[in-house]
Design a protein around this ligand. Sequence first.
Ligand SMILES: O=C(O)c1ccccc1N[C@@H]1O[C@H](COP(=O)(O)O)[C@@H](O)[C@H]1O
Length: 227
Amino acid sequence: MIQIAGVMDMAEARLLAAAGVTHLGFPLRLPVHREDLSDAEAAAIIARLSPSVGAVLITYLDEARDVAGLCRRLGVRIVQLHGEISPAEVLRLRRIAPELAVIKSVIVKDSHLGKVGAEVLNYAPLVDAFITDSWDPATGACGATGRVHDWDVSRQLAELSPKPLILAGGLGPENVRQAIIQVRPAGVDAHTGVERPDGRKDEKRVRSFVEEARAAFRELDAARDRG
Ligand SMILES: O=C(O)c1ccccc1N[C@@H]1O[C@H](COP(=O)(O)O)[C@@H](O)[C@H]1O
């Protein structure tokens, strides 16, 4: 999985798909960040995506009914939960929207596995995958921070988790290869690291990000084949 979040319009969605991005993230219902798109604009883009590209709702919503309703209106089948959603509410979401794939964010704030390790074990039976991401103490944001966290913790979580782990937080073309080799995630996700100063996606940086990520995943595959 190579995901890029923060799609602004159809032209950008096409640019990302043509560069080899496998999943596009649509952040909506964000208390901390300004939303780039309305629900209707996002739904119109998602309806026109090639079936080979996955659309992912990224949200801080933490009530099952709200999450399921928004996914239905947008036409997405994958949701990335960045809010403080309880295990009971995730279970409710699975019951009312069994068609949804659920990715739960795990925010790595320090260099200790303890709390986040327990979180992964607690939510693992309820979700399809985890995404480790960073925290910005200045804004309270738990995503789109442009900050890297301690990759050793993500590596330990990837080993501990019975579900695939996606790595995010401060990734860009310059560091994604090293990040993948170090953490061995199932996928990577970036937002601000592939943008121009005006907030639009930078085609060169996106292409370079995808090439570097693919090269790293190939290296991991080759190392695995060698035993
Ligand atoms: O992408 C967003 O706007 C967003 C907003 C709120 C929560 C999560 C969000 N997206 C996730 O942010 C990270 C990567 O951001 P960056 O590369 O550090 O800028 C990734 O998980 C996105 O899916």
